[in-house]
Design a protein around this ligand. Structure first.
Ligand code: NDP
Length: 248
């Protein structure tokens, strides 16, 4: 029998209760991993560690509990993220700080707390960034800043810890059908029109599925990508490759 690629691997993932995080966790579990899921809500599918990622003590406690229980960490996936709709003038310092706390500071803290164990296991980190860390949608001041920062953090970790055998990469999804985007569509003045047209802006003429992000994450977490580090991979149906023209 062929052994599954992640048999006995301890994979820590944030935000595994829904959306992209859930798809990644399910795929890696199917491939043999033991999933430690970190988020505020409880997950019945995985070993769940309750944590508000905007709280440093919570982040530390979760990693300590995982180490007490499993004594190793092979992969850290910083997936959880939040998005507020506002231009710079409408962004309160509170919203800015909250977005940066969950989307950028938590990945920094978790990477820091996991690093001694990742060095031992020659493990890796995968950060879920965004095409909004490369380009920008309107009214995403804090979100875009946090995702660009996360791409920078990815490269910084990769170059400092390559010598330790620890790889670090980011995945930058485009439009993926999840609750986060459903909320965004519902906030639009004409949500039906938006929903019917969002697929058209993609060369592949459709939006993406969480499983399509999970397959790249699985590859980056595996030894198949053993010479890959410090990279940001877009998974966006070709959206970033398209230069816009006025309608003729
Ligand atoms: P969802 O909103 O569907 O899920 C977010 C997850 O993060 C939930 O499991 C939630 O769990 C957790 N979470 C949110 N806030 C906190 C917090 N303070 N502490 C702990 N956990 C928290 O998001 P998606 O699946 O759509 O997105 C996942 C990642 O992918 C995000 O980083 C997002 O920015 C990124 N992304 C998504 C895209 C898309 O099109 N969907 C496009 C580009 C990037 P709980 O509420 O239980 O805490």
């Amino acid at each position: 029998m062929v052994e599954k690629p992640f048999t006995n691997k301890i994979i820590v993932i944030t935000g595994a209760t829904r959306g992209i995080g859930l798809a990644c966790a399910m795929r890696l579990q199917k491939e043999g991993a033991i999933i430690c899921a970190i988020q505020r809500g409880n997950s019945k599918l995985f070993d769940s560690f309750g944590c508000d990622l905007s709280n440093e003590q919570d982040c530390h406690k979760s990693i300590n509990e995982i180490i007490e229980k499993y004594a190793r960490i092979d992969v850290l996936i910083n997936n959880a993220g939040i998005m507020h709709e506002s231009s710079i003038q409408d962004t309160s310092l509170e919203n800015w700080n909250q977005t940066l706390a969950v989307n950028l500071t938590a990945p920094f803290l978790l990477a820091k707390f996991c690093m001694p164990f990742l060095i031992k296991s020659k493990g890796c980190i995968i950060n879920i960034g965004s095409i909004e860390g490369i380009g920008a949608n309107p009214n995403h001041t804090a979100y875009c800043s946090s995702k660009a920062g996360l791409h920078g953090l990815t490269r910084a970790i990769a170059i400092d810890h390559g010598k330790d055998g620890v790889r670090c990469n980011a995945v930058a999804p485009g439009w993926i059908d999840t609750e986060l985007n459903e909320e965004f569509i519902n906030s639009m003045p004409d949500s039906e029109h938006f929903r019917n047209n969002i697929g058209n802006i993609h060369p592949l003429n459709r939006t993406g599925k969480a499983d399509e992000v999970a397959s790249l994450v699985s590859w980056l977490a595996s030894s198949e990508s053993s010479f890959v580090t410090g990279q940001v991979y877009t998974v966006d149906g070709g959206r970033m490759a398209k230069i816009s023209l006025p309608k003729s």
